[in-house]
Write a protein that binds this ligand. Structure first.
Ligand code: HEC
Length: 144
């Protein structure tokens, strides 16, 4: 292989590398393949709605201990926000699954994420299963 083509390959390879790195920096003008819950995937207005929704739709049967702290971290680490949303959508309330409007459930999921220490950002968690499949539940790095 001649030297110029090796250099070209290196340029192409570094270009590909840059393409993969950019979305991870949270550039809102690009559409990243995946986002992390750590990067601010819901906002404070949505959390407030979700808190009210949780009180109205969930708190009559249980508190939040089933989905906070260690229980949440070990059950959901590495999964997608969609998986959490879908579990709740298909199983809760356990006497009448499917009875809660989907947009309300998305707000409640935002509230649950915030309860687990994930920070709010600018935009709302979208009421869009495909988008929720691209958001990964990373564990929060421990504070020292
Ligand atoms: C009518 C009672 C009832 C209501 C209302 C209810 N739940 Fe539950 N939920 C249960 C029961 C009972 C369990 C434990 C048994 C189980 O897992 O089915 C449970 C368990 C859960 C779990 C843990 C499931 C798992 O497998 O880890 C989650 C998460 C959850 N509920 C979320 C919600 C949310 C969010 C709402 C409101 C949208 C809600 N629940 C409303 C009765 C209810």
């Amino acid at each position: 292989m001649s030297r110029p083509s090796q250099r070209l390959l290196a340029v192409v390879a570094s270009g590909l590398f840059a393409l993969q790195i950019l979305p991870a920096q949270g550039d809102s003008t690009t559409t990243p393949t995946t986002r992390s819950v750590i990067s601010g995937v819901f906002n404070t207005e949505q959390v407030a709605r979700g808190r009210a929704g949780h009180r109205a739709q969930c708190a009559s049967c249980h508190g939040t201990e089933a989905y906070t702290g260690e229980a949440f971290a070990s059950a959901w680490k590495g999964q997608k926000v969609f998986d959490l949303f879908e579990l709740i959508r298909t199983t809760m309330p356990n006497d009448n699954p499917g009875s809660i409007p989907q947009n309300e459930l998305v707000d409640i999921v935002a509230y649950i994420l915030n309860l687990n220490g994930y920070p709010p950002g600018e935009a709302e968690l979208p009421n869009d299963p495909e988008a929720l499949k691209r958001i990964v539940i990373d564990t929060i790095p421990p504070r020292s």
